[in-house]
Write a protein that binds this ligand. Structure first.
Ligand code: TUI
Length: 310
């Protein structure tokens, strides 16, 4: 089996989560230049926005990068074509089943890595011919499944032969080591990059991450089967109320993406929805992307065999 760095063409077995409305060419090229795999977060943007971001990325890095497609987006089908046309190295998907697109992507030579939150979808994806899966626990920020990373990773690892990349609750070297102990061959991280110098979000968002404690996140949208982890705020509490009466998922999604934009662009502390994972409490400084990447893997081989258990 190819290892993850060969599959991705990267120095480190590391993917940056495709954060909607956040992960643009600036962050993505910084991560790829640092030896990880940057992912453009297409979120609710249209196909031309994605094409433009891909082209800007190609100018800023000669390293591989990818695109994450949020499958609840009405633009997902168009974006699926654009990534094939632009011959993007890697495509990841979230918030749905990308089954319909996989054949087209594989024919375009793309490395396909769906994000899954269950064993059932991981198995289905393996049968569809994907290269690997990201198994994402509910510690993550944004749209989440039901299982924790600790419970999910080994169960997915045991149910598929393709490589599994762990996501959710990973922000330092100990959690990278734990992911590998659970059988993962790589890690995907998002929240730590929110507090990077290159992350193109409002300073209020970065400060909210830095000020967060272990219990600073909450999950909104559970009632409507669209759970989204965000930093606690007035807006988040109101959202939970509104979600109870929202007509349908689409409306809820629009509302979430709208409030995400208010967080990312305006830094609106009252009306923004600041998506973040449970590891926000571990993040205490804004650092350059390169330093964040290097610290995750610093002397990692020295630590991998030195657990004293018995
Ligand atoms: O997709 C994510 N994280 C996201 S997407 C996003 S934008 C958004 N905003 C509001 C509502 C919805 C999305 C913000 N953060 N992570 C990957 C992920 N995928 N987590 C969980 C899943 C998932 C859940 C159920 C994937 C598939 C699934 O079921 C598919 C099926 O049909 O079986």
């Amino acid at each position: 089996m190819k290892n993850i760095t060969e599959l991705l063409g990267t120095k480190y077995p590391l993917i940056q989560g495709g954060m909607a409305n956040i992960a643009n060419h600036i962050l993505v090229s910084a991560v790829s230049n640092a030896g990880g795999l940057g992912l453009i977060g297409s979120g609710g943007n249209d196909a031309e926005w994605v094409r433009n971001e891909i082209r800007k990325c190609k100018e800023l890095t000669d390293k591989p990068f990818g695109v994450n497609i949020m499958l609840m987006s009405p633009h997902a089908g168009e974006i699926a074509k654009v990534v094939a046309e632009e011959k993007v190295k890697v495509v990841t998907t979230g918030a749905g089943n990308p089954g319909l697109f996989i054949k087209e992507w594989k024919e375009a030579g793309i490395v396909v890595i769906p994000v899954v939150a269950s064993v059932a979808l991981a198995k289905r994806m393996e049968r569809s011919g994907v290269d690997a899966v990201v198994a994402e626990g509910m510690e993550s920020g944004g749209h989440i499944g039901e299982l924790t990373t600790m419970a999910l990773i080994p169960q997915v690892v045991d149910s598929v032969k393709i490589p599994v990349i762990a996501a959710g609750g990973i922000a330092d070297r100990r959690q990278v080591l734990a992911s590998f102990a659970l059988g993962a061959k790589g890690v995907q991280v998002g929240t730590i990059f929110l507090a990077s110098e290159e992350c193109p979000i409002h300073i209020n968002y970065k400060n909210k991450i830095i000020e967060a404690s272990d219990i600073s996140t909450m999950v909104t949208g559970r009632e409507k089967n669209a759970p989204v982890r965000v930093l606690k705020s007035k807006m988040a509490r109101e959202y939970v109320e509104l979600a109870k009466s929202a007509e349908n998922r689409e409306e809820l999604e629009k509302m979430t993406l709208g409030s995400l934009r208010r967080a990312v662009i305006d830094g609106d502390l009252d009306r923004g929805s600041f998506m973040a994972g449970q590891v926000a409490g571990m993040i205490n400084a804004i650092k350059p992307v390169k330093q964040i990447v290097e610290e995750l893997f610093l002397d990692i081989n020295k630590y991998k065999n030195n657990l004293e258990i018995l």
